[in-house]
Design a binder for this molecule. Structure first.
Ligand SMILES: [Zn+2]
Ligand SMILES: [Zn+2]
Length: 171
């Protein structure tokens, strides 16, 4: 998925992509197709690009390991320049949005796939929980506590005595 500068006009235009060819499937499991809308326009030698990315990621709960479908949406903004604009002009360049990313290219072609893959990793939630109240796994028997109580006493709360109890039971 390459977008050459020559295909970008002064007036910003929107493109949408629904294919998944660019998606980093080996690292992130995605349910359905990711949706992408990109708006790009030229300003002098620069290309201003903003867009939105949406997909459903199949993640796993940090506490109990259960699969969790997570709707992920990310907005992004980029400024692409060519290497030749280095120097004074670059220093003047300002980006209004805080999270705007400036990229200097060696040739006037934007690799949309690379840009989108970068956004996928930025968009993934840091913390994944199947439920805010997920209590994870019982430290004694490893049962998912959300699925009901395990047979360990003390509601599965960790205590070294639980382990001893369990050992005694097994004997
Ligand atoms: Zn969980
Ligand atoms: Zn247990």
């Amino acid at each position: 998925m390459k977008l050459p500068f020559s295909e970008i006009s002064q007036e910003a235009r929107s493109f949408s992509y629904s294919g998944a060819g660019w998606f980093p499937e080996e690292e992130v499991e995605c349910v359905g197709s990711p949706q992408v809308v990109i708006t790009a326009g030229r300003k002098g030698k620069k290309v201003l690009l903003d867009g939105m990315l949406g997909f459903t990621a199949l993640l796993s709960c940090d506490r109990c390991g259960k699969p969790v479908e997570s709707m992920v949406e990310e907005e992004f903004e980029y400024i692409f320049t060519l290497d030749e604009t280095q120097g004074a002009e670059l220093a003047e360049m300002e980006c209004s949005a805080e999270d705007c990313i400036t990229v200097q290219l060696k040739e006037p072609v934007i690799d949309l796939g690379e840009m989108l893959r970068e956004q996928v990793f930025l968009a993934l939630p840091v913390k994944v929980l199947c439920d805010e109240s997920c209590r994870g796994l019982c430290p004694v028997c490893g049962a998912v506590l959300k699925d009901g109580q395990c047979s360990c006493s003390d509601n599965g709360r960790y205590s070294p005595f639980n382990v001893l109890k369990q050992l005694r039971k097994e004997k």
